[in-house]
Design a protein around this ligand. Sequence first.
Ligand code: SF4
Length: 60
Amino acid sequence: MIKRAYIDLELCQQSEDCDAMEYCGKEAIHYDGGMIFVDQECNGCGKCKDHCANKAIKIV
Ligand code: SF4
């Protein structure tokens, strides 16, 4: 089963300045329409997780 980054919307501040976005080598994290989301390019590597100040990212 392929793992992916999951964003907990109760913890995520939905900021366009999200640090985790910068660390994704697949450019799989996006900000659009006031929301942060992860697209299908995510390979579950987990790099983003360590850079989320709100601990809103889980690899599941
Ligand atoms: S798990 Fe890896 S590929 Fe997926 S969004 Fe995070 S940094 Fe990008």
